[in-house]
Write a protein that binds this ligand. Structure first.
Ligand code: AP5
Ligand code: MG
Length: 216
């Protein structure tokens, strides 16, 4: 099963992707996570990506597309994958189409998480991430049992660098201008599935599972 998770920053892509990955047994590929991992390891890719991420801008397509291309040919992607945060503009979507065509494969579905701008801002302000295992929490919606500590591994929770209010506004503008048009792009291909992302995370997940059942 080859799936793309689409949605504005903070819409819940990462939260849903970790559940889908387990249930459907396909690797979760998040370009944002790949960049953050490179930044934390001080790689050349990380240094280049950081310049854009900290301003809330998209990392250039040439770098992003080549990272995804090399990831998709890895063995664990043979039976499918779940892309989170890629594609993020029409050029990336076209590049993905071409790559899949070369591999004689195609996307099964694009799941779009629909969430209002007010909810997005609230969610991003409350997001906390585990510095050890990467688990995502939210001070308003998905609180950890003990303040500042991960329920799963006991790691310390931190605020993501690009969740500062001024960077969030840039990310939302980039989404509106560059990523939002992908909804029509995939609608046109007949593979768009829209899900109400305003609901509690487990309800959103239930809706996604029902929609994806036929591709299992
Ligand atoms: P990326 O890491 O992809 O970030 P994003 O798209 O901005 O999305 P987020 O990770 O912020 O949110 P999410 O949708 O995963 O929501 P989450 O589940 O965490 O990209 C970061 C940057 O990298 C980009 O700005 C760009 O610079 C660069 N980049 C990445 N991909 C790129 C590409 N393809 N091209 C160029 N540049 C690229 O949830 C958010 C919060 O809400 C959490 O606290 C969570 O606990 C909570 N929550 C989730 N679901 C619910 C729910 N149903 N109810 C209540 N709370 C919920
Ligand atoms: Mg994410």
């Amino acid at each position: 099963m080859r799936i793309v998770l689409l949605g504005s920053p903070g819409s819940g892509k990462g939260t849903q992707a970790s559940c889908i990955e387990k249930e459907f047994g396909i690797p979760h590929i998040s370009t944002g996570d790949i960049f953050r991992d490179n930044i934390s390891r001080n790689t050349t890719i990380g240094a280049e990506a950081k310049k854009f991420i900290e301003r809330g801008l998209l990392v250039p397509d040439s770098l992003t597309v080549s990272i995804v291309e090399s990831r998709l040919v890895e063995e664990d992607c043979n039976e499918g994958f779940l892309l989170d945060g890629f594609p993020r503009n029409i050029a990336q979507a076209e590049a993905l189409d071409k790559d899949l065509e070369k591999m004689e494969k195609k996307l099964d579905a694009v799941v779009n998480l629909e969430v209002s701008a007010e909810t997005i801002i609230e969610r991003m302000a409350g997001r906390r991430i585990c510095s050890d295992c990467g688990e995502s929490y939210n001070l308003c919606f998905l609180k950890p049992a003990v303040d500042g500590i991960c329920d799963k591994c006991g790691g310390k929770l931190y605020i993501r660098e690009d969740d500062k209010p001024e960077t969030v506004m840039n990310r939302l503008n980039v989404y509106k201008n560059q990523t939002f048009p992908l909804i029509d792009y995939y609608k046109g291909k007949g593979i768009l599935i829209s899900v109400n992302g305003e609901q509690p995370a487990d309800k959103v997940y239930g809706d996604i599972c029902r929609a994806l059942e036929r591709f299992k």
